[in-house]
Design a protein around this ligand. Structure first.
Ligand code: MOS
Length: 769
């Protein structure tokens, strides 16, 4: 059965009405006409106290009786064949309970320095570490390549001598699972023409009034989550495995462990009460997860296997680097005629270094053509990383767009307005952002400041996609004492999803968010989304609201005979259930709950398919940055960032702004500091720590203004769309454009460190002398 509802949809400042059919057992979607009490407001995290007092237990903190500590032995060589392993001395070492090789049989091929070879479980971490030093391994060392340009040469050492195929999986990198050719170390290209062939784009560019052609380079960035990867594995009995995991996908970890260990899914339980960041690198069980489970089975003891900071940098994921040749052209009036991107990059021994998302999805252009290739090198595999491919792609595209605007003598903001005219959300965002930032006061001339410290203003666009899953199930239990418990297996990656879930229930039931006990992070509860593609909120909140709606109907049924009205005549607010027409006919929530037959009831809400499509199925964001460049030292300081983003209907502005702040901070860090450095002579990472691998610190954080605009789609019962990833997409590009505006010269390579700034400044001094 279905019912029809009228919905106000669109940007909040320009709503229009649509008629929409929705299933019978779901509430009318929240839309632009709803004035809600909590949703869209600012609610502090329900677990803030637990976290700030240190009471919150992360996987890292889990301690079980009799627990063993496991450590990996990793290859010191970037390319080698393991011929022989002798573990006898290690096995005899004090406290050692088990030694297990990753591969059952030898020889084993090693493709990067840091690749796992075996693991030891011992009574203490110290003993495990010491035992590893007593393992004897015979390596046949092979030649390797760690430089992406060298790896492309015909005579380069081959990283793989077979065709590499990747299974589609949660957290895929752009192009990772595409079927494509492979030659030498090059896999690809993946070609995605939009509006024509390479020839068509070339013709459009040839007939352009102004063209920019430039090559941009981005570095490898590692995820640097505060909590490292790892698990504590415990067998309840021979057939039932329980694993505490620092993961962004409780169910994806469960499924992988079940598959690898040959267990039914329901025999594997994954628990993630709190976790300290994933950013895309924590979807799978990992070799560490599988090894911990096997060691625990072998020793019949719980096993803790948490990686250290060095292992984090080497082996569990990174943002691939890129070399992007971009050619873009526009006609005299400033309309884009062609965007052509030829991109290659390396995900080490992994695949998916694509960068074309921004080039294909932000601007209206007569023709767009993109070609992306992966280059294999002997380095740890890339992994999905907060908007995979997009900070890279935006760094190139948004600088090229800026360059073309200057060439056409147009304001970079006006140029963007013109070429995104069909995107209403963007137009609203430009307006708000420019005003808050003070763009109109900007001196159009780059490098105009006098003195050694020069200020610059720049901007850049972000794009991300609306992604959601279905089948998620939230259970809501109402007890006869009036308490309300919500449970679902979803993990909180750090964005605060538990708080959002409490808000949604409170909104629907007329209670307060603190009235709702939220239980998440355990696969024994209902199916929930992995936190990937910024889909957690869009995925789970409709299931939660649908559950609360069913609970509300049940409470109305119980209250109706007491109030002597029909259930349909009832409504609720502020802890009271009352008749719409006679508000004095009321009972408190608790009074009604006390009449629940038996002791409690529970209902199940499901995430069903979206009710309606909307176009484009993307979210828009724009960021403005002000920088100060010290032309004597080459240092860049970001003073201020104004960010305007959309994520459908905002749930909690406080957690949303927090996500945007985080995205910008990570973007600044990417723009100015972070860089994985591999030694060309040894193939080893030279900065696998947080001292020499620089990340932004508190003194590098500018004043940030984050604005979330309301866009109603009415597509689900909550209308939520995600924000986690888009917030970091345009930051490095906005900073690069601001640097150009400050000093009048382009930095086309990340990170934009003082040496590059000084070299660029020298190059223009050379020009004028
Ligand atoms: Mo994301 S990079 O899909 O966590």
């Amino acid at each position: 059965m279905a019912k029809e509802v009228k919905l106000k949809v669109g940007v909040q400042s320009n709503l229009h009405e649509v008629t929409q059919e929705i299933p019978d057992d779901v509430p009318r979607p929240w839309d632009g006409s709803d004035k809600l009490k909590y949703i869209g407001g600012r609610v502090t995290r329900i677990d803030g106290r637990e976290k700030t007092t240190g009471r919150a237990k992360f996987t890292f903190d889990v301690q079980l009786p009799g627990m063993l500590y496991a450590k990996f032995l990793r290859s010191p060589h970037p390319a080698a064949v393991v011929k022989r392993i002798d573990t006898s001395e290690a096995e005899r070492y004090a406290g050692v309970k088990a030694v297990l090789t990753v591969q059952d049989q030898l020889p084993m091929v090693v493709r990067f320095a840091g690749q796992e070879i075996l693991a030891v479980a011992a009574e203490t971490a110290q003993q495990a570490e010491e035992a590893l030093q007593r393992v004897k391994i015979e390596y046949d060392v092979r030649s390797f390549v760690v430089d992406v340009d060298q790896a492309r040469q015909a005579n380069a050492p081959l990283v793989f001598n077979t065709q590499v195929e990747e299974k589609k999986s949660a957290g895929d990198l752009p192009g990772a699972a595409e079927k494509t050719g492979q030659q030498g170390n090059i896999r690809g290209p993946v070609i995605r023409p939009r509006g024509g062939t390479s020839e068509k784009v070339d013709a459009a560019l040839a007939s352009s009034h102004a063209v920019v052609e430039a090559t941009y380079r981005t570095q490898v960035q590692t995820h640097c989550a505060m909590e490292t990867h790892g698990v504590v594995a415990h067998w309840d009995d021979e057939k039932h495995l329980r694993v505490w995991a620092s993961t962004q996908g409780t169910f994806t970890v469960r499924d992988e462990l079940a598959e690898v260990l040959g267990l039914p899914k329901s025999n594997v339980r994954v628990i993630t009460p709190y976790m300290g960041g994933g950013f895309g690198a924590k979807f799978g069980a990992g070799i560490f997860g599988v090894m911990a489970a096997k060691l625990a089975r072998k020793t019949r003891k719980p096993v803790r296997l948490m990686l250290d900071r060095k292992e984090e940098h080497l082996a569990v994921g990174n943002r691939p680097n890129s070399v992007q040749k971009l050619t873009i052209g526009a006609d005299k009036s400033g309309h884009l005629k062609g965007i052509k991107l030829i991109s290659y990059g390396t995900a080490g021994v992994g695949t998916g270094a694509g960068t074309s998302g921004p080039a294909r999805n932000i601007y209206q252009s007569e023709t767009i053509y993109t070609e992306e290739s992966d280059v294999f090198i002997n380095a740890g595999p890339g992994a999905a990383f907060r908007a995979p491919g997009h900070p890279q792609g935006a760094f190139a595209l948004e600088q090229a767009i800026d360059e073309l605007a200057y060439k056409l003598k147009m304001d970079p903001l006006e140029f963007r307005r013109l070429n995104t005219a069909n995107n209403e959300v963007r137009q609203v965002e430009y307006e708000i952002g420019a005003k808050k930032f003070g763009w109109q006061k900007r001196n159009p001339k780059p490098g105009a400041d006098r003195g050694p410290i020069k200020r610059g203003l720049g901007m850049a666009n972000a794009v991300w996609y609306y992604i959601y899953g279905t089948g998620f199930q939230a259970t809501l239990q109402v007890n006869s004492d009036g308490s309300v418990e919500l449970s679902n297996g979803v993990q909180d990656i750090g964005g605060g999803i538990g708080t959002i879930m409490a808000m949604v229930v409170a909104e629907e039931l007329g209670l307060q968010p603190t009235d709702i006990a939220v239980r998440i992070g355990d696969t024994d509860w209902g199916f929930g989304p992995a936190s990937g593609g910024s889909q957690t909120t869009a995925g789970i909140t409709p299931a939660v609201r649908n559950a609360a709606y069913l609970a509300k109907l049940k409470m109305f049924e119980i209250a109706a005979p007491i109030l002597q009205v029909q259930p349909e005549q009832l409504t609720l607010a502020d802890g009271k259930i009352f008749a719409v027409t006679h508000p004095s006919k009321s009972l408190t929530w608790k009074q009604v709950a006390s009449k629940i037959p038996g002791d409690k009831f529970s209902v199940l809400g499901e995430r069903v398919r979206d009710y309606r499509e909307f176009n484009p199925r993307t979210t828009a964001g724009v960021q403005f940055a002000e920088v100060e460049v010290d032309t004597e030292t080459g240092t860049v300081k970001v003073n201020r960032v104004v960010a305007v983003h959309d994520c459908g209907r905002p749930m909690d502005r406080l957690t949303l702004e927090s996500q945007v702040n985080g995205g910008i901070i990570q973007g600044i860090s990417y723009a100015l500091f972070e860089n994985r450095i591999l030694d060309r002579n040894t193939g080893v990472m030279v900065n696998p720590n947080l001292e020499n691998y620089k990340i932004a610190g508190s003194l590098d954080i500018p004043e940030i203004q984050a604005v979330i605009i309301d866009v109603n789609h009415g597509q689900s019962s909550t209308g939520a769309v995600g924000i986690g990833e888009p917030a970091t997409v345009p930051t490095s590009a906005a900073i690069a454009n601001a640097i150009f505006h400050a000093i009048g010269v382009r930095i086309r390579e990340l990170p934009m460190t003082p040496d590059k700034i000084l070299a660029a400044l020298e190059s223009i001094q050379g020009d004028t002398s």
